[in-house]
Design a binder for this molecule. Structure first.
Ligand code: C5P
Length: 222
């Protein structure tokens, strides 16, 4: 069994919406509500804590105020999580196409690891470039994964990873990276590319279409 932390406290500047991204209405509901449904429908999730911009309440879960960076929001949500479950799942509200099946697959894979991440195989060719946008090298695509959330952690590892100065947390783009940096063993759960992250207005249009299709066919996240 696991407690879930849903981070929804970002400003979402790249989306250009008037308010916080997680509260933008998509396919008739606030963005965060889609993944909250999926978390609540997952059999292994006992409680959900949501980090919101100013601690504003959400329907169906405890909310806390987020922090200045994403990982600080995770830390605030972890501090409010009920004791008991040794497994903690972290999910970005910006990924509304989460399913209970992906939640269960990630929780089940934690055995033998300190953390696991949902990730999709990279389909583009990825190059590293330096000054002047000159290509330095082409990476071996067979080894590359585009990392998503959910990410699932042994609670003690997540607490240790987040118990670091604000600058370290602000530089992290995901929490599993902090665990890796401390020597933790991180596993991958193959995940569909459909579990996309809403960052730009185009992402929002694609997500809206997919959520509407899902609702029409009765395949809700929950
Ligand atoms: O900004 P980005 O899209 O990478 O944010 C990923 C997730 O982290 C989003 O769901 C966003 O609401 C959340 N976040 C947060 N607190 C912050 C920054 C981002 O909860 N300070």
């Amino acid at each position: 069994m696991a407690v879930a932390l849903l981070v929804a406290a970002g400003r979402g500047e790249r989306l250009g919406a008037p308010g916080p991204k997680a509260f933008v209405v998509v396919a008739g509901r606030p963005l965060y509500a889609w993944s909250l449904d999926a978390l609540r429908a997952a059999p292994s999730i006992t409680d959900v804590v949501v980090a919101t911009p100013d601690g504003r309440p959400v329907d169906g879960a405890v909310s806390v105020a987020g922090g200045a960076s994403r990982s600080e929001s995770v830390r605030n949500a972890l501090a409010a999580a009920p004791a008991g479950d040794d497994v903690v799942l972290v999910h970005d509200a910006a990924r509304p196409l989460l399913t209970p099946e992906l939640v269960e697959a990630c929780v089940a894979r934690l055995a033998g690891f300190d953390a696991v991440v949902a990730a999709a195989p990279v389909t583009d060719t990825v190059k590293r470039a330096g000054a002047g946008r000159v290509v330095r090298e082409t990476l071996d695509r067979a080894e590359l994964w585009a990392v998503q959330t959910p990410q699932v952690f042994a609670r003690a590892w997540l607490r240790r990873a987040l118990d670091q100065p604000s600058e370290v947390l602000a530089a992290a783009t995901d929490d599993a990276g902090l665990v890796e940096a401390l020597g933790g063993r991180v596993g991958i759960v193959p995940a569909p590319r459909e579990n996309l992250k809403v960052t730009t207005p185009l992402d929002l249009q694609v997500a809206e279409r997919m959520l509407e299709d899902r609702a029409r066919s009765g395949r809700t996240g929950g």
